[in-house]
Design a protein around this ligand. Sequence first.
Ligand code: HC0
Ligand code: SF4
Length: 571
Amino acid sequence: KFIITIDGMKVQCQKGDTVLTAAKRADIHIPTLCYLKEINEIGACRLCIVDIEGQRNLQPACVFPASNDMVVKTNTNQLRKARKNVLKLLLSNHDRECLTCTRSKTCELQDLAEEFNVDEVPFETNRTNHTIDDNSPSIVRDTSKCVLCGRCIAVCRDMQKAEILDFTNRGIDTQVTPAFNDSLVETDCISCGQCIMACPVGALKEKEDIEKVWDAIEDEDVHVVVQTAPAIRTALGEEFGLPIGTRVTGKMVTALKRIGFSKVFDTNFAADLTIMEEGYELLNRLETGKNLPLITSCSPGWVNYCEIKAPEYISNLSSCKSPHQMFGAIVKTYYAEKNNIDPSKIFVVSVMPCTAKKGEAARVENQVNGHKDVDAVITTRELAKMIKQAGIDFNKLNDSEFDNPLGEYSGAAAIFGATGGVMEAALRTVADVVEGRDIEPVEYQEVRGIDGVKEATIKLGGKEINVAVAHGTKMAQELLDKIAAGEKQYHFVEVMGCSGGCVTGGGQPHVSSTIDTDVRVERAKVLYKEDNIQKVRKSHKNPFIQKLYQEFLQAPNSEKAHKLLHTHYVP
Ligand code: HC0
Ligand code: SF4
């Protein structure tokens, strides 16, 4: 441990600290733009420059190591002017149509311009030719908004191991694009949307489907059913100024009813259904010893990755459709029959924390009797926009309950949105089935938390099974490499495409890169709380799931269940 002085204050430091991390600890704010903690620490934008005694030039605080007795100034006339000039230069090559930009109010460049009181953009240059690429079903790229911070490049390469984006050209013509300036759909992009979450401005956003949904609601001939993913209720409040980690389940349901959906159901119901199908699929594979480990397939970013980058594992993927697809298939068959509604007049909307779900819903495999399981997917951010458009004062709403019976769920379903949640939910059911009794406790702490790969060995019917959980496709690849090397035999593996799982999917509310909270942890806490307060905490004990099998599906993995609830993959 050693001491440095920042703006006259003594700050205790340890080895490995940069000037930026030291300043943060002392609550001294140094502005940043290209900096993303542990992901993009390249000192490129030069907004975090500081004056260090003994150094000839101003130095970027995000990469400059703190050392004993160092004296730093972060707030001088020279620094303020230099930073303001950096911002002016950035703005001179930026499409400044803030009023119509999706990131207005969550834009980090806008915040900085305000912070530094930038009141003019004097160097109007000939702006770099720009590209708008909106061919992907999930992601829209607009280089006229790009500030060349490189954050999307780093996330795509280092967190997702997808390596789609890079700097191209030089000088004033520099851009961030896929190779050969191809459209994202022509590349191996997995549509995870993590580049959107990394982008400080409006250069990357989801392809919006809001108008499709409004049109369906307006059409009196159409019965519009909405379902919400487990992870929406833990993040939607942030769009209305509520703190990270606020549970808004009841308000969300009220808002959806006010928007005008005919029925407000819950993807959690179908998460319980997935556990039934996938649990029995696991038991079957354990018995035959074929295609082990079974690997979960509910995260479409991960499925895209597997199909493109690791096709040798396609036969390991669970054949189960993801919960929201199963949900759509049940609505257009069981629910349609029961309520005497023509399935072609039903429009299913999924509210998802995920951009890849848009592409998943569009897959031709995900249909039953010629009807798409899901007709439109909107992200948490898009739902927030709809609530605002509808003039609903979200924070003043009372709580409501989901509609029955497709809104009833167990605690096991509630935790799907956090990394390890699907694994834990499956173990709760599989253990009971194998042991033939009600096993307590229901929690599997080993698979919780945000370590990149988590492992556990579980005793099942006198045998031991090895399970592993990975989140973020880079960690998934590392786990696959381990499997390939034969280091350990796994029986069941959960993979989620995004670090933290769905709670930090590419469709979730933007969080400023300057805050230190681990959003993955805070949002997951809400889901574990939701689990704790449920009377039923195991999927197979959800009475409505039991009824669905009795009345309609017969048994898990039955022929009918296979036709409606399972899918296949394309190498
Ligand atoms: Fe997820 Fe899902 S848990 S993928 O993470 O399995 O997106 O929240 O909706 O479908 O249930 C996302 C979240 C879901 C699905 C569920 C699964
Ligand atoms: Fe890379 Fe994912 Fe963005 Fe595609 S969506 S460019 S894979 S980060």
